[in-house]
Design a protein around this ligand. Structure first.
Ligand SMILES: *[C@@H]1O[C@H](CO)[C@@H](O)[C@H](O)[C@H]1NC(C)=O
Length: 309
């Protein structure tokens, strides 16, 4: 029932909001009250949200802002980021931090709806951008509004482009005053373009990280997927399992975060002034259990995400 309400509210929001044109919901999909990632999966989830960035009107790539205060204070770059489809789930961050050599400023100006090049793959996509200014790194971070996700399967069709010295990421996170709980997909633009790093944080623990050479480069569109179950973090690219870590699997309710950043440190690298990097996302499927939206009723009509995206 909870999942039906979520889908219904997405459908309502989409029909009311001219800028966001979602796919029409198949009637079978609207009846789903339970989900699993693939036909073979044995992890079930009761809520699902699908964010489709492929056909949004009036895409616009904003010019970079050069100035820490103005960058942090920048407004939303597109009406889409004021729609309930977005604001019910995501928040645009503008916090700043000293960094590890280069000051870092998150700016809403770095989260935008861009027109796709080359056609074919969808007219538009969500972009998160980082740009190196003379005295700081302008970065992008989108966090979930709530930190109540407890087990999920999340996937996105994404690619990373741009200069060395950046990290693009999709991850879960909480600090809650205790040791960090976090599971990461991280791409470093400094590495070869088929290398992805997967971690159950803290990454300083031996065996908490797996570094994978993918079959295809992340400069191309790839379906990145993360399955979080009570005892394991499992990561997939284009449907193929590429990493599985049980050690330090998060157990607390977490936030879901996308970011594109650099802090001038050894790990992110140092970006040259005037350069930039981006993560581009055509769609994101968030299928999850939530501590604040518990299941109502039995898991009777199970839908497989593979069949829906
Ligand atoms: C998600 O919640 C449902 C309903 O409570 C439960 O049956 C299912 O096992 C949960 N999934 C995970 C991965 O814990």
């Amino acid at each position: 029932m909870a999942s039906f309400r979520v889908l219904f509210s997405i459908a309502t929001a989409l029909s009311l909001v001219a800028v966001a044109q979602g796919r029409p919901l198949a009637s079978a999909e609207a009846n789903c009250n339970c989900y699993k990632a693939t036909a073979e999966s044995d992890a079930y989830f009761v809520n699902r949200k699908f964010f489709d960035f492929r056909d949004i009107a009036d895409p616009k790539t904003p010019a970079s802002i050069n100035g820490r205060a103005a960058d942090a204070a920048a407004g939303r770059t597109h009406a889409y980021f004021s729609t309930p489809e977005w604001t019910d789930t995501w928040t645009l961050q503008n916090w700043q931090t000293q960094g590890q050599g280069v000051y870092r400023v998150n700016s809403p100006n770095n989260v935008f709806i861009a027109a796709s090049d080359c056609g074919g793959a969808g007219a538009t996509h969500l972009t998160l951008r980082t740009t190196r200014q003379a005295d700081y790194q302008s970065t992008a971070e989108v966090e979930s509004l709530t930190a109540d996700y407890q087990f999920l399967t999340v996937r996105m069709l994404a690619r990373t482009r741009g200069s060395p010295g950046a990290v693009t990421a999709l991850f879960t996170y909480t600090e809650h005053g205790g040791p960090v709980q976090e599971a990461d997909i991280e791409i470093r633009t400094t590495t070869k373009s088929n290398v992805v790093q997967y971690t159950n944080q803290p990454g300083s623990t031996p065996d908490a990280t797996t570094i994978v050479d993918l079959a295809t480069p992340w400069t191309q569109w790839q379906e990145h997927r993360y399955d979080w179950t009570p005892t394991s973090s499992d990561w997939y690219v284009d449907g193929k399992k590429v990493a599985s870590i049980r050690l330090q699997t998060p157990t607390s309710p977490l936030s879901v975060i996308m970011n594109v950043w650099s802090d001038g440190g050894v790990w992110s690298g140092v970006m040259d002034v005037g350069c930039s990097a981006e993560m581009q996302v055509q769609w994101l499927d968030l299928t999850y259990n939530s501590t604040s939206q518990p299941a109502v009723g039995a898991c009777t009509n199970v839908c497989v995400i593979d069949d829906l995206v």
